[in-house]
Ligand binder design. Structure first.
Ligand SMILES: Cc1ncc(COP(=O)(O)O)c(C=O)c1O
Length: 248
């Protein structure tokens, strides 16, 4: 398929584009017809069958496999959340942090990333903000000179929500691996828009909502947690969080 034909067929999925030129300024996408159809199917199932749980659970697992493939992760490393903020809060409460530990962030990063970590002030955890200009890309060098023995986490956006820079997460990932620091990435503006390969980027935790590049309406998020981080503590637990849930 030529690039123009491919674009045309994608455009067909968004009927709004017949009436107006839609400028996506990184907020939310109009609903695609295939998404609307999938939602209609879901509503009809609920309406007619009072919730076909096995069908829905199988669909969840298929979606988990799709998300894992998109991020180059394993399905067991993927959880569903309600949005980016919930994923970042899960990360902030799961990483073992104690009084005196510090988290490095970028000045001007998304507030919902900042608040997840600033909320740990009551535990004595300090957040330090590093400056990066709107036309600058954050790299390992941006953070390296601010790292000391107390630094336990670097948390930043992959693509920023205002200036739109794509930070060099891979170099920051290599630095974090060297220093034994957790790297938490907010991929809300990048997932579905630019390639996101969690292995190449070297991230420990990645959180995103699905209502921008993944075209899902508000209310669904994805969370990647690197396998082997067994020291992470879940802030809340349900049966579906268990490795071996009881049969009954
Ligand atoms: C980079 C970034 N992080 C977080 C958010 C907030 O996302 P959510 O509503 O999924 O919590 C946004 C929303 O615009 C964003 O652009």
């Amino acid at each position: 398929m030529s690039a123009t034909l491919e674009l045309d067929s994608i455009r067909q999925e968004f009927p709004v584009t017949k009436r107006m030129l839609y400028l996506d300024s990184a907020h939310q996408t109009p609903m695609a017809t295939c998404v609307r159809q999938a939602l209609a199917e879901f509503l009809a199932e609920g309406n007619e069958m009072a919730g076909p749980k096995p069908v829905w659970m199988r669909r969840v697992e298929r979606a988990r496999e799709d998300v894992a493939a998109l991020l180059n992760a394993s399905p067991s490393e993927i959880a569903f959340t309600k949005n980016t903020s919930e994923g970042l809060n899960i990360a902030a409460n799961a990483v073992p942090l104690a009084s005196g530990d510090t988290v490095l962030m970028l000045e001007g990063d998304h507030p919902n990333n900042a608040y997840a970590w600033l909320n740990l002030k009551r535990k004595g955890v300090e957040v330090r903000f590093v400056n990066v200009a709107d036309d600058e890309i954050a790299t390992a060098e941006t953070f390296e000179r601010f790292i000391d023995a107390t630094t336990k986490v670097i948390s930043l956006s992959h693509v920023t929500f205002h200036a739109g820079q794509r930070h060099d997460i891979a170099s920051i990932g290599r630095l974090c691996a060297q220093k034994g620091i957790y790297l938490v990435v907010d991929a809300m503006q990048s997932v579905g828009v630019v390639p996101v390969d969690v292995k190449k980027l070297g991230v420990s935790v990645l959180a995103a909502g699905c209502h921008k590049g993944l075209l899902v309406p508000q209310g669904l998020g994805i969370l990647y947690l690197k396998a082997g981080l067994d020291e992470l503590q879940p802030a809340y637990l349900a049966m579906s969080s268990l490795a071996n849930p009881p049969e009954d």
